[in-house]
Structure formats: C-alpha cells, structure tokens
Design a binder for this molecule. Structure first.
Ligand code: SAM
Length: 315
C-alpha cells in the first residue's frame, strides 16, 4: 500500500518507465533519482511480493518524502543519500553485485522547483542557489558572481543552448560590479534587460535557458549522467534494463549516443569514428525512438511535455 505523495512530485511517464524495467518478484532495482518515490512505489508494487529497491537521491528532503511515501514496503526498500554517478560504489557498499533494472528520472522535482528558497525558479524571489544537494558544492550565486565573463558566456551557451549568451554574460559582468547578484529575480531581470525586444516575446520566459544552464553547471549534471550510464551498465545482470527519462536535448543526446556507443561496443565520444578501445557490446537498445508522454498526460501535467524515455538492455 502506498502512502499519499503529498504533492511532492507528479511522476512523469510513470506506467511507461516502470513497464520498461520488466519488474518481477525477486528482482533487484535501483531508482537513482528517487525524489518523492512515485516511480519507486510502482516498481515495488510490480515486483511484489519480494522484489527489492535501492533508492538514491542527493537531496535529503527528497529522501524524507520518499521514506514517508514508501513506508509500507518496509525492508523491501532501502534509501541512501548518494549521487547516481557513484552507482557502482553505492551498490558495493550495500553488498549488491548486480541488479535487474535501473531508472533515472533526470532534472528537478516539482518540490525543488516550487520551493522558493532552493533558488531554482525565476518565478519566486529567492537567494540564487540551485544545488540539488544544498549541503555541498558551489551555488549559482558563487558561479554568477565569481566566474569570468568568458566562462559565463561558455556556460550559458553550452548548457543553455542560448544564442544570446554573449550579451547575457556581458550584462551579468557589468551589473555585478554595482552589487553582487544575490537573487533569482534580479538575475532574471538582468537577463531580460540584456536581450533585444525581438527575443523577449518567445513562448518561453527569456531567462529559462540561462537558468537551465546554471542549474546544469552547478550540479555537474551532464558529467554525472555520462558516469552513471557507464558504471550503471556494468552493474546490470544480463537481460537487466536501464531506463532514463530526460527533459532536454542535451540530456537526451547523451542518453541516445551513450546507449548506441555501448551497443556498438565502446563508450568513446561519437566524434571518434576510428575508435579502437576494444570494448565489446554491452547493451542492446530496446526501441530506437524515445517514448513521449501522451496528450492526456501533458494536459494533466504540463511539466511532462518535454519528457523522453529511452531504454536499453544488458547483453
Ligand atoms: N522519479 C521521482 C518521483 O517519482 O518522485 C522524481 C525524480 S525528480 C525529477 C529528480 C530527482 O533527482 C530530484 O529529487 C533530485 O534531487 C535528484 N537528483 C538530481 N541529480 C542527482 C544525482 N546526480 N544523483 C542522485 N539524485 C539526483
């Protein structure tokens, strides 16, 4: 029996993601981004009566929420504060050698986005933070106020795919000389002010890409994802499934290309056509096209709209 999630986070592609793992009783599963425990709960239900789930998250608030939501599963689940990039080490610590399925549901939870103090959203006035784990690492405040204009331009261009990155970085560098940029709303106003009128009337808020870029950089999201795919693959039993839900093209590109590389037999970047690293194929991609949410799901939960699910199976 599942305890109410208390609106912590509405899981995206819930049925599709859990079905992709082929859950069975006795199976061992990892939810590397347990959040409020929505996906984890269904994995536990589908692997009843004695499947086991290891849930990981870097955010203590998420672990508290998941612990409450999954209370009734008792010792069939275990939750740990850990980065999914360290999946292999975490499993070794738990005396687990191989697992039947791994799920990553990338990005931020609704709870993180809607809690003003976490500083993820330009819609709420709050200190610039954006750390998934507020107890460790550099915050967005540190990055915005300490990086050089060139570094900021590169971060915003690369991780936000923002064509106006140069203008935005220049405006940030100029405005922080007047006073450090402490809040989400001041940063958003600086971004808006840096853009020409024609760029301000797009469907998305003009600061969206800059905020995405800073969040990715602050949390080292893309490097963590590469590492998780690489070491997670080694932790799967033969026939075990790896499913990843991504929310923007940078993440989806990494998932697609890494799965393909592991299918071909190497994990070298795809721009190395003559790779001779000698790795044998380790994954088989389950379906070439990613799974997207239905119109009904997007209507009920607009945050699902950009979700893409990809699954691969360990050979
Ligand atoms: N599937 C979850 C549910 O049903 O409630 C929601 C997951 S939410 C979209 C993403 C979660 O991943 C957040 O709670 C976030 O703190 C966590 N997270 C982000 N990066 C992480 C990392 N590198 N390692 C572990 N957890 C991470």
């Amino acid at each position: 029996m599942l305890v109410e999630r208390d609106a912590y986070h509405e899981p995206v592609l819930l049925e599709e993601a859990v079905a992709s793992l082929n859950c069975r009783s006795g199976g061992v599963y990892v939810d590397g981004t347990v959040g409020g425990g929505g996906h984890a709960g269904l994995i536990l239900e589908r692997s009843a009566p004695d499947g086991f789930l290891l849930g990981m998250d870097v955010d203590s608030e998420a672990l508290e929420a998941a612990e409450k939501h999954l209370m009734d599963f008792g010792r069939r689940k275990h939750l740990v504060k850990a980065n999914y990039a360290n999946i292999r080490e975490v499993l070794t610590d738990q005396d687990i050698s191989k697992v039947d399925g791994i799920l990553l549901d990338l990005g931020v939870s609704s709870h993180q986005l809607d809690t003003a103090e976490r500083g993820f959203s330009f819609l709420h006035e709050a200190p610039l933070d954006m750390r998934m784990d507020p107890q460790s690492g550099r915050s967005a405040y540190d990055v915005v106020n300490a990086c050089s204009e060139r570094e900021l331009k590169e971060i915003i261009r690369q991780y936000g795919e923002e064509i106006m990155a140069g203008r935005i970085a220049r405006a940030i560098a100029a405005k922080r000389k007047e006073a450090p940029i402490r809040t989400t709303t001041r940063l958003a106003a600086i971004v808006v002010g840096a853009l020409p009128g024609s760029a301000r009337h797009k469907k998305i808020h003009p600061a969206t890409r800059t905020f995405q870029a800073l969040r990715i950089y602050v949390n080292n999201e893309l490097a963590n994802l590469y590492r998780a795919i690489q070491s997670g693959t080694d932790c799967l039993k033969s026939g075990g499934r790896f499913s990843i839900i991504s929310f923007h093209s940078l993440e989806d590109g990494i998932v697609k290309n890494s799965f393909r590389s592991l299918e071909k037999g190497c994990i070298c970047p795809t721009d190395m056509p003559f790779c001779s690293c000698g790795q044998s194929p380790r994954l088989k991609v389950v379906s070439r096209k990613p799974v997207s949410p239905s119109n009904e799901e997007v209507a009920a939960n607009p945050r699902a709209r950009s979700a893409r699910l990809r699954t691969a199976e360990r050979i």
